[in-house]
Design a protein around this ligand. Sequence first.
Ligand code: GTP
Ligand code: MG
Length: 205
Amino acid sequence: MNIKSANFIISNTDVSKCPKEPLPEYAFIGRSNVGKSSLINMLTERKSLAKTSGRPGKTQLINHFKINENWFLVDLPGYGYAKVSKKSRKTFQKYITDYFEKREQLVCAFVLVDIRHEPQKIDLEFMEWLGENGIPFCIVFTKADKLKPKVITQNTSAYITQLLSGAWEEAPHYFITSSAHGSGRQELLDYIDTINHRFFEATNR
Ligand code: GTP
Ligand code: MG
């Protein structure tokens, strides 16, 4: 799939104020600083469509970006960022969980995890929560440029093995990406393209 257009549409904290069009959308979620906003820029080949920062806690709203005029990418705030006050952390959780529970247009969540780290409790819990709520998701390993190919293979297979030894009977689909090098871009876009086709076939459009 080629990205012909990518436009910022709206930011908010209220799922009822998200765009009303019945278009398929894909949300990026994961720990603060894992690279959600960078991945959106990498996929769209727009340098600063989504705001990024070296400091965690940059994205604080639900941000909708319309792609090729017929689907959405959604940049979300990170979770697990200790420096955000307890009060606002609660707010994040509520509107993020509201978004996932109520957003009918959401066809797939991409849960981003830093490929350098062992499975983190908060990510595993979030994936379990998605599973319990019947929300389809994939894992996107980020920052692959930081590791040698052999270690990438070791870390991803250790991650999947741990999922299979825990709550999951089947491994989720996963992608290995680097926003710095643009790797994994085509695979992710192809996957999105396939789901978009299914979505439009099912809705006869
Ligand atoms: P929050 O909005 O705070 O939740 O963070 P985020 O998940 O959106 O992360 P963001 O895209 O802002 O990136 C955080 C930091 O990681 C920035 O300094 C990015 O340059 C860096 N980063 C993101 N992706 C990659 C990557 O693939 N490789 C490398 N080396 N650095 C990356
Ligand atoms: Mg961000």
